[in-house]
Design a protein around this ligand. Structure first.
Ligand code: SF4
Length: 400
């Protein structure tokens, strides 16, 4: 059934998949589609000796073109789609007074819940993560728009953690045994791949996206790479959906600290008024909050969980010193916040490519088709879960 999860003995986490990607690129029959996660652009420059937090989005796009990528997309686009879906889902839960709803975009957190807290799985948002949403839409919507046979398409993700490899291998995140995301490269592997191809990121002229369907993103999508980002992004869109006008103060400063657990009240207006939100990162904060929910000691409406302290901005990168994580993560995060301030639109619902996706293809958030392509399910797995939350954070930091 759906709940059979086969993990090739955790081998995925160890395996370097740069060869596979080079094989796709060398095959003229294959259309290669790349995506980069929100946090990758602010952590990747360090691999090439650039200052912490430098935004190298343009250089990554140029480097991908140079190695022969056919289509380059942004996971940030999919983050905007996630907000449309998860926001609608959350609104439904608020109406039913079903609380709390937990976010679901960090696969190390999902693994943790499936292993240790199966009783809370019904509270997890069913919306797939941005990486999975992008893979699914690439092989359906994009393939249709660009007239490509999805069987000849390979989707490659550049991601801040190995937990994303296991996520991509989940049988439910594919069609007829073919995964939506074919290969996940960690930032480290991607750096190795570029070096093998003789590319120095410092020497390359930045370029820009040219795909008209799935590369635009808003400030809301950009801040998914740091803790609190999902929550802020959701608040902006929920407020608009409820009140028919934009939220004035889009930055929620109470959520922007580095404490393990942070809480805030957000006024959504309309029939809902204030909702109570929390976010946590790291193992301790997460355990504390899940235990408190189970014991009925807290009554949050929405809880964001990220395995890595600081979120994905500290999922990978090049730093080796554990003590240094906060300053490094802060610099990377500051860059994401600046990206948010500089984007044309700061709300997911104002992403024109997202609007077109719904108008041309999905109809509406949470529609039948959306359900099919953009949602998933979880199952109790007391054994055989390959990575735990702490491991997800330590892994890349400990590799030399
Ligand atoms: Fe991966 Fe860490 Fe981000 Fe979770 S928080 S998706 S484990 S980088």
């Amino acid at each position: 059934g759906q709940c059979v999860m086969v993990c090739p003995t955790g081998a995925l986490a160890e395996r370097d998949q740069t060869d596979e990607v080079l094989n796709f690129l060398a095959d003229p029959e294959i259309t290669t589609v790349f995506q980069m996660a929100p946090a990758v652009r602010v952590g990747f420059g360090e691999e090439f000796g650039m200052p912490t937090g430098t935004n190298v989005e343009g250089q990554i796009i140029a480097a991908l073109r140079k190695i022969g990528a056919d289509i380059i997309l942004d996971t940030n686009f999919a983050a905007d789609v996630v907000i449309m879906e998860e926001g609608t889902e959350l609104l439904g839960h608020l109406k039913e007074k079903k609380r709390p709803t937990f976010t679901s975009c960090c696969p190390a957190w999902i693994n943790f819940a499936e292993k240790h807290y199966p009783e809370i799985l019904p509270m997890l948002s069913s919306t797939r993560s941005p990486q999975a949403v992008l893979g699914s839409l690439a092989k359906t919507y994009l393939a249709e728009k660009r007239n490509i046979d999805p069987k000849k398409m390979r989707v490659v993700s550049i991601m801040p953690c190995t937990a994303k490899k296991e996520e991509a291998a989940r049988p439910v995140l594919g069609k007829n045994g073919v995964p939506d995301v074919d290969v996940v490269l960690t930032v480290r592997e991607f750096a190795r791949l570029l070096r093998r191809e003789g590319i120095d990121l410092k020497e390359i002229q930045p370029s820009a996206y040219d795909d008209p369907h799935m590369s635009e993103y808003t400030g809301a999508g950009a801040i998914f790479g740091t803790t609190g980002g999902v929550m802020e992004a959701a608040a902006r869109t929920l407020y608009y959906v409820i009140n028919g006008k934009e939220l004035e103060h889009v930055e929620i400063s109470q959520l922007r600290g580095f404490d393990n657990v942070r809480t805030a009240n957000i006024n959504l207006g309309g029939e809902f008024g204030e909702i109570k939100v929390a976010l946590c990162h790291g193992l301790k904060g997460t355990r504390d909050i899940v235990e408190a929910v189970k014991a009925g000691k807290v009554d949050f409406d929405f809880i964001e969980v990220m395995a890595c302290p600081g979120g994905c901005v500290d999922g990978g990168g090049t730093l080796r010193s554990k003590k240094a994580y906060i300053p490094l993560a802060m610099k990377r995060r500051e860059t994401l916040f600046n990206v948010d301030r500089q984007t044309k639109a700061r709300q997911s619902h104002n992403n024109t490519q997202v609007q077109k996706l719904y108008a041309d293809y999905l109809e509406a958030p949470y529609s039948h088709k959306s359900h099919d392509l953009l949602h998933t399910e979880y199952c109790s797995r007391p054994f055989g879960v390959p990575a735990d939350m702490e491991q997800a954070w330590h892994e890349l930091h400990e590799q030399g």
